[in-house]
Design a protein around this ligand. Structure first.
Ligand SMILES: Cc1cc2nc3c(=O)[nH]c(=O)nc-3n(C[C@H](O)[C@H](O)[C@H](O)COP(=O)(O)O)c2cc1C
Length: 412
């Protein structure tokens, strides 16, 4: 069984059907334009309160029920910034209930356990897609689901030659954005955007920003923060983005790339800037292995040029999942250490004005957990981590096992 989530106009379903017709599978094209589907807000209820069931009561439950009985998933989407647009990313960010909270090592990498079964994944895109980046992303997404990439297909192939991305996946138009902007001009004031869809008080990104800004303030640098989870702040945030000369976007990794909410915000920015700005990023994620964030970093590197900005580098670090949990004294001690390191990076940014320093590069930590850490995790820590998640779930009022399969009846 193959499902296509078509986020393009319904009229594309015929073309998509023809594209996939050579496969033997039964193909079910779901035209999402006919459905009400919202952004994942990162509330984690599908993992810790109602395992497998999303807290957002919109039409996505139809999709989840079908996915529980599917082997292959394609996303058909338009493109923006060389990646799939926010509508395409939106339907994928909501896929998280297909995994459960428990963590394991698969193929040597930290992964969440599958709630149902492996899922293969592919992308069909329209417009100026960065083919190389999309291929790598598709492979990463599929691996998270213990499946394989079905491939990345451009709908309008004849456009391929005019695409602004070279064979290495780098943008060729206005290449300045991909080159590091290491100019010595130091910031006096920084605009910071929190790109997480999770409400500010619960957002790990917000904890990181607070710690980082402490470092800026110690060096006499002021900042203004906008949280994109609050739609009421968007107009002011857009205005500030267009008039500031030093901007940092702090964001969590969502399904190997940017949260759909942030992609939507960025697509609403005017394309022409009056004055140039340096745009830097703080990218963090649940898993602590640096390698898990590298595709996200690669994409971020292409963004400044497309937004009329220069690139100030990306501060990359995993292991942020528990930052907001300040109740448990052991977790607090651990997370305090991480937050202090962000304050130091705030001081470093104040001194250097970018994230290209050796300090910032080292900040990521190991790209992969060494085999001994993986072994110890499997022998000892896996059970401790599991118990910890079960404790949180109990506090959240969860009454089902965390690996519950609510849509099992829909399976073959
Ligand atoms: C929809 C969704 C997708 C995510 N995808 C990834 C991922 O691909 N890799 C990862 O390491 N963490 C992933 N995470 C974990 C978040 O990056 C992490 O929990 C982060 O601390 C959330 O920050 P926030 O509280 O500010 O939203 C994901 C979380 C959500 C809700």
């Amino acid at each position: 069984m193959t499902i296509v989530l078509n986020t393009l106009e319904d009229s594309f379903s015929e073309q998509i059907n023809e594209l996939l017709a050579w496969k033997d599978d039964e193909i079910d094209i779901i035209n999402t334009a006919d459905l009400k589907i919202m952004h994942c807000m990162g509330c984690n209820q599908c993992w810790l309160k109602t395992p497998g069931v999303c807290a957002i009561k919109d039409d996505y439950e139809i999709v989840l029920k079908k996915l529980a009985a599917t082997d292959n998933l394609w996303i058909a989407a338009d493109t923006k910034f060389g990646f799939i647009d926010y509508r395409g990313k939106q339907v994928l960010d909501r896929i998280v209930p297909m995994l459960n909270m428990y963590i394991e090592f698969r193929d040597g990498w930290e992964r969440h356990q599958l709630r149902y079964h492996a899922l293969n994944f592919g992308v069909i895109y329209k417009g100026n897609g960065n083919q190389k980046l999309l291929e790598e992303w598709s492979t990463r997404v599929a691996r998270n689901m213990a499946g394989r990439s079905l491939g990345v297909i451009a709908l309008d192939v004849h456009q391929a030659e005019s695409k602004p991305f070279n064979a290495n996946g780098n943008i060729v138009e206005n290449a300045s954005g991909t080159a590091p902007d290491t100019a010595a001009t130091l910031p006096e004031h920084v605009l910071i955007l929190n790109g997480s869809p999770r409400v500010k008080k619960n957002s790990n990104t917000n904890k990181i920003i607070q710690a980082f800004a402490e470092g800026l303030e110690e060096a006499g640098i002021t900042h203004k923060l906008y949280s994109l989870s609050n739609h009421a702040e968007w107009d002011e945030a857009r205005e500030a983005f267009m008039t500031s000369n030093n901007i940092i976007i702090a964001l969590p990794l969502f399904v190997e790339c940017l949260p759909s909410l942030l992609l939507e915000f960025l697509s609403t920015l005017p394309t022409e800037r009056k004055q140039p700005a340096k745009l830097s990023f703080i990218l963090h994620s649940g898993f602590d292995e640096g390698h898990q964030l590298r595709l996200g970093e690669k994409f971020l590197k292409t963004l400044p040029a497309q937004l009329g900005c220069t690139y100030g580098g990306t501060l990359v670090k995993g292991g942020s999942f528990m930052l907001r949990d300040r109740e448990n004294s052991y977790i607090k001690k651990m997370t305090d250490k991480i937050l202090t390191s962000y304050t130091k990076m705030g001081q470093s940014f104040a001194l250097n004005g970018n994230f290209f320093t050796t300090e910032a590069q080292k900040f990521t930590g190991p790209e992969q957990n060494p085999w001994i850490a993986r072994l110890l995790f499997n022998l000892i820590f896996k059970r401790i981590v599991k118990k910890n998640f079960e404790r949180i779930a109990q506090e959240w009022g969860c009454t089902r096992p965390l690996n519950d399969k609510p849509y099992l009846a829909q399976q073959r």
